[in-house]
Structure formats: C-alpha cells, structure tokens
Write a protein that binds this ligand. Structure first.
Ligand code: FBP
Length: 551
C-alpha cells in the first residue's frame, strides 16, 4: 500500500471517547431510561414488533458493571454509500471487544449485506485494523446495497452466524439499513435465536437524524470537503470575474448538505428542495429567481456568481414530481416492452403517448439530454437515480434561454458564461475530520457495549455533539422509537422517519435571513481545507447546522 504522509500521521491519532467510555471497559455500567413509544402509529408498531417495541433508552455511566465479558464473536457490515469514519466504527468495536476479552473475535462481512447471505467474511485482526485507523473509505471490508428484508434472507443470516459462532451483528448504515436492522432484531427474538443486532447511523446525506440522533456520521467531513471546494471556486470566480458556476451537491432527497454548504460559503443562490415543495415553486419560478440575480449582479458589473443545487431538487418541483412518478410507474409496469424499444426516439414517442397530458407537456419541454436521463435505468426500488440527472445543466440551459430573451428586449446587457460541477463522490471517502474520527470511534466502542449488555434492536447513540468529545453522552436508542408507517411500493411499511430540512428550524431560518444579501452582493466565505492539527476552533468545530440546532 502506498501510504501518504497524512495517512501515516493519522494512524497515530487517538480518537477521544466520551469521558464515561474512557474508564476501564469493565467499569462501565448501564442506566435504563423510560420505556419508549414509536414516533407515530404506536398500536400498529407494537403489533409488528412484539419483542422489541417499547424498550427503554439506555445510557452508560461509570460504576458497577454487570456486562458479560465472556468471549464473543461479532460480525460487522457496512451498508450503502461511503461516509467518512466507517473504518473508525470498526476500530472502535474492535478495541472495545478486545479490551473486554482478548479472546473475542470481530468478523467483517465483505461487500455489504450480501456478504452475510453469501458467507463471505474475514476476521479483523489488530494488524489489519491498524492499517485503516482514521482513514476514509469503506475499502477495509467493502460495502453494498443489498437489502436484508425477507424471512428467507433472515434464515440464511442465522445459518451463517451460527456457523461462525457470531452472536451479534453491527449494521453500519442509513435509515433503510437501520430499519432492516430493527426487523432482523425482531426476527431473531421471535425465533428465540441468541443474536443481537445493533445499528450505527451512517450517511453523508444527514437525513438520518431526529430527537435522539443529532447527526449521522460522515455529514461533518463531507460537507466540509464540499465547502472547501465551493469556497475555492468562489474565490476563483471572484478573481477572474467571468463565470457563473452551477454546483450540484449530493444528498439524495434532503437538502441538508446544500444548506450546510450554503451557510459555510455564502453563495449567490442556494436552492433548498424542501422549500420548493412547500411553496409549490415551479421550475420556471426557480429559473426566474436565478435570472433576476444574474441580471441584478450584472448591473453592478458582476458577471459571475455561484449557484448551489441540491441533488434531489428535480423530485420536489411539483410538475416534475408528477412526471417522475408517472414515468416510474410506466417503466415498472411495462419494463420488458420498454427495453425492447431500442432508439431514444421510439422510447420518447411511446412515453409521450402513455403519459397524462400535463406530464407529457412537461416532458416535451425538457431538453433532450434531461429526457434521456429521466428514462435511464431505475435503482433497485424502481426510482429514478437522481444523482444521474444533470439538474445543474438543465438550470444553466433555461437561465441562458431566458437571458437571451431579455437581451433581445434590451433588458439585459451582461455576459453569462458558465461552468457546471457535481460534488458528491469527492467527499464520501475523505479522511474523517477530527469530529467524525472521534464520533465514529465512539459509536463503534459504544456499539460493543450495547452488545455486551445483551441489547438488541438498538442504534448506537452519542449525544451532546456540539460540546467537546469528552462531554458527549453515550448510550443506545431502541430503533422502533424512531419508526413510523410509510407507503413503500404500494404497501404501508414500518420505517425510520427520514429527516428532511425543516423550514421552521434555525439552520434554514439563518440562511433565509441572509440569502437576499448574498444573492446581490458578493459575500463569499472561504472555509478552506479540513484541518487535522492546530487550534481548536479550526480543527474541532462542528458543522454550522449542528451548532445552530443545538442552541
Ligand atoms: P447512503 O444513503 O447509502 O449513505 O448513500 C448516500 C449517497 O451518497 C447519496 O447522497 C447519493 O444519492 C447516493 O448515495 C449515490 O449512490 P451510489 O453510490 O450508488 O452512486
């Protein structure tokens, strides 16, 4: 392996655990809180999770420990997209497990949940874990998007775990994977199988959060990475004064990443999908708003600027939402016929015939490349893959058309040269910031403790995150507490409630109070690269979203 100087030095970084977990592991005790309820649909949820519903929250405290320290084998799996800090979760589990009993073993299932079903795993040794401490990526054991949801799959996992004497699985994943972890925990309890399941909240998207989970890991590093790049582009734009940059940011449906990056970099425009949906803003209105800013800035001689676009925007624009949902149904119902149409012309002709009149009109107004992207392969859930739709280019084209009309009418005299970018993969495997390195190591360490106290169906929880790491609060939250019923593929399913940006909350309000000024005046802010060494306010600052939410 080629090891960079930073990686060599990061190996030496010792993540800070919450004070209570700094005690000898054998002296960490547990406190049980109140019984819990699900966020909604309590009666139905109780019926669906008879063995794991209503469990109490737990927290750890120094003192008498009653946890089991006989040797155990744990299996860990990484699920879904990369998020900085995944390796440290594994390092945290490993260190805690070995501190409690050096004969215990940690296994890593390879390439995501499929590794459990296919019995592909490796034993994680001390030497192996040391090569990945405080590094980004998920390459230590790989990840995957296979869903564990059927009873047949669950039975297979039991067989594999029994074969390797694994009595606990740690699922490191987003809302769907943690939902499946809760269903799996319930299944094991129902079958009387002694296997615990513990979840760990992962996703750069930041949409796995609620009253109990302050932030999912990876959000801090990913947003700081994107903010660095955006700040660099802003400075370049302000130097050359010749381009408008349209930057699409990952984050799937929710706009948390876009909002955090806007708070950090103060661009001219940042679109928040949740606001678009709430105000029923049309695509033309979004374009008009950008056009106004471009015209206004050009009148002050500023023919440059930065526009941030959230990845999921297209699905929140009312007319596009209808179009996408009709396309999803049509393509799902007539999958084989549709794939027999070989040219784009044939496909779009058939689509236009089968869409409702309004949807067909919207489809026909879109540029050709966007039409093609909307007809591309669906994800495993039959949904359009938003990260592959070039919304930033769609906006550029529409803004340009509008400006040309204004120019012809003599209402605009500026220049509109553009650059487009998409930031997503750039931030998902970055070296975790100190925050994420500490947070993920603590989440892993904590996950082991939950297992050692015989708990199952819990998510590892570290709270009070805007305070220094020593003051963090360690414990566990029953996953059912975060769940409700939602419509999925035409059926009501128990799922963890996804957190979208709340317009009434401080992060959005802070942004909304400033955006008019940022839109007209150049007010860029340049956050610079993530710093791992140096003053506290530079190296250990939480995201602005987290700081505002904790106030
Ligand atoms: P998770 O929800 O699994 O953490 O993945 C997040 C994400 O990075 C989204 O922001 C993005 O839409 C998606 O993954 C891209 O998926 P892929 O890695 O399959 O291209």
């Amino acid at each position: 392996m080629n090891i960079s100087p930073l990686q060599t030095v990061r190996y030496q970084f010792a993540p800070t655990l919450p004070a209570v977990l700094q005690n000898n592991i054998k002296n960490v005790g547990i406190k049980y809180g109140e019984q819990t309820e699900s966020v909604e649909n309590q009666t139905k949820m109780k019926e669906l999770f008879p063995h794991t519903y209503g469990l109490p929250t737990v927290s750890f405290a120094a003192g008498e420990s009653s946890h089991r320290n006989k040797p155990i084998n744990i299996g860990v799996v990484l699920s879904g997209g990369q998020a900085p800090g995944g390796h440290n979760v594994i390092a945290g589990i490993y260190d805690a497990l070995k501190a409690a009993n050096s004969e215990s073993k940690l296994y890593g299932f390879l390439n995501g949940p499929a590794g459990i079903l296919e019995d592909r795993l490796i034993e994680i040794t001390g030497q192996y874990v040391d090569q990945y401490r405080n590094t980004g990526g998920f390459d230590m054991i790989g990840s995957g998007r296979t869903k564990l949801e059927s009873e047949e799959q669950f039975a297979k996992t039991t067989e594999v775990c029994k074969k390797h004497s694994i009595s606990a699985i740690v699922v490191i994943g987003g809302d769907d994977s943690n939902t499946n972890a809760a269903v799996l925990a319930e299944y094991y309890r129902r079958q009387g199988t002694e296997i615990s399941v513990i979840g760990v909240p992962k996703t750069i998207d930041g949409d796995l959060k609620n009253e109990q989970i302050e932030v999912s890991f990876g959000f801090d590093t990913a947003t700081k990475t994107y903010a660095e790049l955006i700040g660099n582009i802003e400075r370049d734009a302000n130097s050359a004064k010749k381009y408008w940059h349209f930057i699409k940011l990952m984050g799937r449906s929710a706009s948390h990443i876009c909002l955090e990056c806007a708070l950090q970099t103060q661009p001219n425009v940042a679109i928040i999908s949740e606001e678009v949906e709430e105000k029923h803003t049309t695509l033309n209105e979004i374009v008009d708003d950008i056009v106004k800013k471009v015209v206004n800035r050009s009148e002050h001689g500023e023919n440059f600027g930065v526009v941030l676009v959230p990845e999921g925007l297209i699905e929140f624009i009312p007319e596009m939402k209808t179009l996408i949902s009709e396309l999803n149904s049509l393509l799902a119902e007539h999958e084989s016929y549709f794939s027999s149409l070989h040219t784009f012309e044939d496909q779009s002709e058939w689509i236009n015939k089968n869409l409702t009149r309004d949807a067909s009109y919207v489809f026909s107004t879109l540029p050709n490349n966007i039409q093609r992207q909307l007809l591309m392969d669906r994800d495993p859930h039959g949904n359009v893959q938003v990260s592959r739709i070039e919304t930033e280019k769609l906006l550029i084209e529409m803004v340009e058309d509008n400006l040309n009309e204004l120019k012809a009418e003599g209402k605009y005299k500026g220049k509109f040269s553009t650059q487009h970018h998409f930031f997503g993969y750039e931030g998902r495997a970055a070296f975790p910031s100190n925050f994420d390195a500490n947070y993920t190591y603590s989440l892993g360490y904590n996950a082991y403790l939950l297992i050692s106290f015989g708990l199952s169906g819990y998510i590892s929880s570290i709270q009070n995150l805007s305070a220094p790491a020593e003051e963090w609060i360690a414990g566990g939250i029953p996953i059912t507490m975060m769940m409700n019923l939602e419509m999925r593929h035409g059926k009501m399913k128990p799922v963890i409630k996804k957190a979208l940006v709340q317009l009434k909350d401080k992060p959005f309000k802070t942004f909304a109070a400033k955006r008019e000024e940022w839109g007209i005046k150049t007010s860029f802010s340049y956050p610079g690269a993530i710093q791992y060494f140096g003053p506290d306010e530079v190296c250990n600052r939480p995201t602005i979203t987290l700081s505002l939410e904790s106030q």
